[in-house]
Design a protein around this ligand. Sequence first.
Ligand code: ATP
Ligand code: MG
Length: 400
Amino acid sequence: MKKELPVSANAKNVVSRLQEAGYETYIVGGAIRDMLMGRTPKDFDISTAATPEEIRQVFGRRSARIIGKRFRLAHVYCGGELFEVATFRRAPGKNDQTSGEEGNLIVSDNVFGTSFEDAARRDFTVNALFYDPGKREIKDFTGQGLGDIERGIVRAIGDPGLRFEEDPVRLLRALKLVGQYDFSLDSATENALFSKLPLFELASPSRRALELEKILQSGYGDRQLEAFHDYGLLSLFLPRLDQVWEKETGRRAMSLLFERNCRMEEGFFRNSLSLAVAVIALPFVEAALGRAAGTLWSPGDGADETVEQIVGTLFQPQNLMVRVREAACRILALLPLMEMRDSRMERRIFSSRSYGHARELAFILAAVDKKDPGELERLWPEIPPERGSRNRRSRGRRSR
Ligand code: ATP
Ligand code: MG
């Protein structure tokens, strides 16, 4: 189908250079889906007939780096943007694809193939659309992707049960699409999802953690988590959140996340993973420290240890990156200090590198608790005065 999609100039450039070198190349994946849905894609993934070495020859060693051991692909830098460029792959043959012990679970996924085979090995029809920006042409190799986007349907490519067995992370990926776009599952995919749900426990912790990060950063996390809960996946993915889902703590966590996502979309604050973690953990901390919602705990008396314990375990069995965990703890530790409105604390608050995040959390909280943000505006300027003057001093030192 011919259609003009709003692809960035740099992405077009990467595609056309590979095509001019003789390699069939497309933009693929979530970006096509997002553009067809009228949303701005967060990045453009590219698939090509060129092998990683050939990609490197086209762009040169300085602009293209081969990464990954198990699944090799190239990172291509163009106009200050980074693109993931992957070689077309096919689903591995029956004998080399599975682990033996775990039935159909795919353990190796790095066999090059054609563009058609590359579409067929993808998870859902709406994720298997390829776009040639030069020709302004969408290739729908499964024949159902465009119709499914239009009707809002998540449909596994091939036998849904088998596709979930091959890779149980797809259970979560299907429901991410349900939450993000308000799509429905096609009935065969839905039946297979319910029957294969227990397999989710076989999904590798690192890939689960990667999906968790993307969910928290997506801006649709609240709706995706809701879809997980509706289909019974949340108890396997985030059991601690699932346990309190119907209770005040769970409802409050989702209201705070919703508010954070709205404010992020409105441009109040950047996309921060540690802030999202702090937002979800906040009601758990309130509950553990025995304060009523809307009244913050007092710092000291082991409060920091409680915060660390909650942030450290809330998202298990996935592990958060240490850096993210520490930043979320800093944000949560600042919040009650800000609430105290004690001028002796100002220096410590303003000089914290988590000040901006904690300030944003205070605004999110005020919105959810329906408090007037005017006082926050007055007390906590966007740029902390202390830090401003310190930066000026340090710039001075450097220039000397
Ligand atoms: P997002 O907007 O969250 O990035 P996405 O669909 O682009 O969504 P990615 O994880 O970036 O998700 O994956 C890019 C593409 O790779 C997908 O659109 C899909 O075609 C394919 N893909 C990713 N994960 C799988 C999987 N587990 N099984 C099969 N295909 C997959
Ligand atoms: Mg993507």
